[in-house]
Design a protein around this ligand. Sequence first.
Ligand code: 3BY
Ligand code: FES
Ligand code: FE
Length: 439
Amino acid sequence: MTSTLPAPAPAPARTAPAAPGDPVRTRLLDLLDQRRPGRSLLGALYTDPELHDLDLRLLWHRQWFFAGTVAELPEPGDYLTVDLGTVSVLVLRDDDEQVRAFRNVCRHRGARLVSEPRGSLGNIVCGYHRWTYATDGTLRHAPQMVPPEQGGPDPACLSLRTVAVRVVAGLVFCCLAADPSSDVDAVGEVVAPYLLPHGLDRAKVAAQVDLVEHGNWKLTMENNRECYHCDGHPELLRTFFPTWGLREDQVPPRLRASHERYLAAEDDLRVACERRGLPREAVEDLVHRPLGFRVQREALDGAGESFSPDGSRLVARLLGDLDEPRLGRVTLHAQPNLWLHAMADHVITFAVLPLGPDRTLVRTTWLVDADAREGVDYDVEALTGVWRATNEQDAAFVGLTQAGVADPAYEPGPYSEGERQVDAFVSWYVERMREEASR
Ligand code: 3BY
Ligand code: FES
Ligand code: FE
């Protein structure tokens, strides 16, 4: 058969990394070089749309990130979506109960498959021409297509594109890279013993709140890494020790009394943990690995059980097989986008997702034991009160900072002693971006 059509043009490269010599990449490297240790980043790195695009392409689209928890996907067909710039990821539990992740793009003419942030489906049905995929991503049905035995396309070659996924003690991490690093496994081994006793696989979502902060994602992460601003969190400070992040010799006189309570509560916590074989010590590797992290179990003030006005538990039923409410909180921080607190009665996870150079989604999820009864064992308003207030306060701080760093008068200022982890986060960012920009 002859054809009058011209030969097809060669397929363009799939991804479009900035070419060496690309002026935006050169500008990025220059700005990274200008960052002085012990100080924040230059303003453009928080504000410039082209540089934000490089954050997405060089970092977010290549590294492991936190997508959600298994408690958000209790049944086969339950899904959540995560959007990172133009990339959308569909995470779901398949019919065999396995957690999988796919690129949220139809293999026919590319329509977005699922637009909702969460929900439940039987098959994945494209709304355009009804191509239908099973929950394992295989193409099941494509109306009116010529069957393969008559020369039509082979459905086996039209499965959804997969995204790497790992479940660590109930936390779901994804990575868009074709060759994902093994970092998530190494970090998972360290953090799983801290989290497994909290039984996230037997938990349910009690509440979820999406809050849009008017700031760059890095400001959201930086803000969470210090308690220098904790006077702005009166509700949180009922139970959160404000000396968090300070060494003994850095505790200011006005916080001495609170610090004495912290030391006593830490003693009790050590005994409770030793009795139950629960790990407690801080482990961190924040700067030099792609999935920089820090994990620790720390005491809470007051009754020491939960984030309530007096520190007593907010959920009558404890998580997992825990037999003791006064276990403080396991606190995990993982870069680029997760922090969480796991108490004996509930867990709160925070997923940070970039929406634009100056817009960031903070998705907060409160998890309780699957058998805990709303209105009987817990009250949603009470459960969520402290962190709803704290998030609003943090969003205001982030908004103020974004406004300031966008002002030409801004110059990166020096960190205080309590901002060591902010410095670690920014140093991690500089190292990651340098490495990725030179690949
Ligand atoms: O969520 C946290 O752990 C951080 C640390 C200090 C301020 N903020 C509460
Ligand atoms: Fe999905 Fe056509 S684009 S079926
Ligand atoms: Fe805060």
